[in-house]
Design a protein around this ligand. Structure first.
Ligand SMILES: *[C@@H]1O[C@H](CO)[C@@H](O)[C@H](O)[C@H]1NC(C)=O
Ligand SMILES: *[C@@H]1O[C@H](CO)[C@@H](O)[C@H](O)[C@H]1NC(C)=O
Length: 191
């Protein structure tokens, strides 16, 4: 059967519609969405309690000093020192107690007048319903203060839309090598 002019016009229109539809959709930059459509129901408040092991000594350190400024050695507050961590988070204060996750990221000595860290890390949990979920932590940690506070700025998995804060307290410091155990109480809103 010969292709008539009408067939050709219809075919062209169909082709145009087929290509124009998804194009229109992909060009939409933003839209309003209800919480229901996202499957978000009631916001929950969770309290997590665990211990953070900052271990720089031995043959398997999880806190490694990676860089510092030329002036860091002469700074009383170690200003300019950078450490990368993959520290264990455990249920009890002993490192041999049950692992609940890991703290991965960096801390830097970022204060010229006081021993204070600026921290950026992720708590990657491996326990129970939190297994595979992450909380992102950001904040200032003045090491010599009793209880410090960091911000929970977000998360993934069950912690999508998370926000909250962590209270932390050093419970043990090894004066020879600087290794430390820090108790964390995390209060976080999530769905
Ligand atoms: C700082 O001190 C460390 C340890 O004593 C040493 O290895 C390093 O070379 C020093 N760095 C500078 C820039 O002086
Ligand atoms: C956590 O999830 C990983 C990957 O899915 C799995 O291999 C592991 O056994 C889980 N751990 C716990 C404690 O459920």
């Amino acid at each position: 059967m010969a292709i008539t002019a009408l067939n050709l016009i219809i075919f062209t229109i169909l082709l145009f519609l087929a290509s124009a539809l998804p194009l229109t959709k992909s060009q939409q930059f933003s839209r309003k969405l209800s919480k229901k459509e996202m499957g978000l129901k009631v916001e929950k408040l969770s309290h997590l309690h665990f211990y953070f092991h900052d271990i720089g000594s031995g043959s398997n350190p999880t806190a490694v000093h990676v860089a510092q400024a030329a002036t860091t050695n002469s700074s009383a507050t170690l200003f300019g020192s950078v450490t990368v961590i993959d520290n264990l988070l455990t249920l009890g204060p002993e490192i041999s107690s049950k692992t609940v996750g890991r703290a991965q990221g960096i801390y830097v000595f970022a204060d010229t007048t006081e021993l204070a860290l600026s921290v950026v890390y992720n708590f990657a949990f491996s326990e129970g319903v939190f297994n595979g979920s992450v909380l992102s932590v950001l904040g200032r940690n003045p090491l010599l203060s009793g209880v410090r506070e960091l911000s929970i700025v977000g998360g993934s998995g069950v912690f999508r839309f998370a926000r909250g804060h962590a209270k932390l307290k050093t419970v043990e410091t090894n004066m020879q090598n600087g290794d430390a155990v820090v108790e964390y109480n995390v209060y976080v809103f999530h769905y």
